[in-house]
Design a protein around this ligand. Structure first.
Ligand code: HPA
Length: 274
């Protein structure tokens, strides 16, 4: 990271440090249509992005565009309600700016959520898939460019981006609460097109179970900054050969909403053990 950008980042962090009345240990990034996750949250403060120095502003429908502070199950959290997608035209540095801020605030645990298309034939719309691993298919990387060794390594290790401990915890809590959970590999692509039938097929052959347009860049920065990461996809449409759906953004949002109760419950139950 170049000096000028580092100074910009510090300004954002300092603003938030002064404003914060809680000490969040967990940051949660809400995916499209997954804003309901904040229903279980006692909100203590909410700051629109436009009021935060140097913070980007989001444009996508179904996102609020605010940083929310509060408690979920008595744990202090910071919620990013409205992420920045590469398809909106932001550079990777902007897409991952929030995660750099979280790390600068001392947050150690990152929860990433997203809506995704499922390629695995055992998946159904409305399923929750715990992300075991990812394939970066963006054709770029948020860490390109000069490295600041004080922030993270030049060549980050990616052997366990998604914490084994947190995946195990998710399955345990799901079992205790009768929530059906899938687990699989997420492939991150630029979008904004949904996939052609051949693309869904190709991604499945490559080893991915679900495809979406986010999460991977954020997880790369999370791993780089040494955060423990838990990520999940809500399967909002299927890219399974023979049952490919003509997904629209509205259908994606509606399907995401249908998974809301179990998603809220899962995160709520995991919270004290993060
Ligand atoms: N493809 C890519 N991104 C998505 C999809 C999909 O099918 N569904 C929700 N986000």
């Amino acid at each position: 990271m170049i000096k000028e950008n580092y100074e910009k980042l510090q300004k954002t962090i300092e603003f938030l440090q002064k404003r914060m009345t809680i000490k969040p240990k967990v940051a949660i990034v809400l995916g499209s249509g997954l804003g309901g996750l904040t229903k279980s949250m006692e909100v203590v403060d909410e700051i629109p992005y436009k009021e935060i120095p140097n913070f980007p502003v989001s444009t996508v429908k179904g996102h609020k565009g605010a940083l929310m502070f509060g408690k979920i199950n008595n744990v202090d959290v910071l919620v990013l309600s409205g992420r920045f997608h590469y398809y909106e035209g932001y550079p990777m540095e902007t897409v991952t700016y929030p995660e750099m801020v979280f790390a600068g605030l001392g947050i150690k645990t990152l929860i990433l959520s997203n809506a995704a298309g499922g390629m695995n034939p055992s998946f159904q719309v409305g399923d929750i898939m715990v992300i075991r691993d990812h394939i970066n298919f963006f054709g770029t990387n948020p860490l390109l460019g000069p490295n600041d060794d004080s922030l993270g390594p030049r060549f980050p290790n990616m052997s366990e981006v998604y914490s084994k401990r947190l995946r195990k915890l998710a399955h345990q809590k799901a079992k205790e609460n009768d929530i059906h959970l899938q687990e699989g590999v997420y492939i991150g692509v630029t979008g904004p097109c949904f996939e052609t039938p051949s693309e869904y097929k190709a991604y499945y052959i490559l080893g991915a179970d679900a495809v979406g347009m986010s999460t991977v860049p954020e997880a790369i920065i999370g791993a780089y900054r040494g955060m423990e990461i838990f990520a999940f996809s809500v399967i909002t449409d299927l890219g399974v050969v023979g049952q490919i759906m003509e997904a629209t953004h509205e259908e994606v949002l509606a399907a995401a909403k249908s998974a809301e109760p179990k998603m809220i419950k899962l995160v709520y139950e995991m919270m004290p053990e993060l």
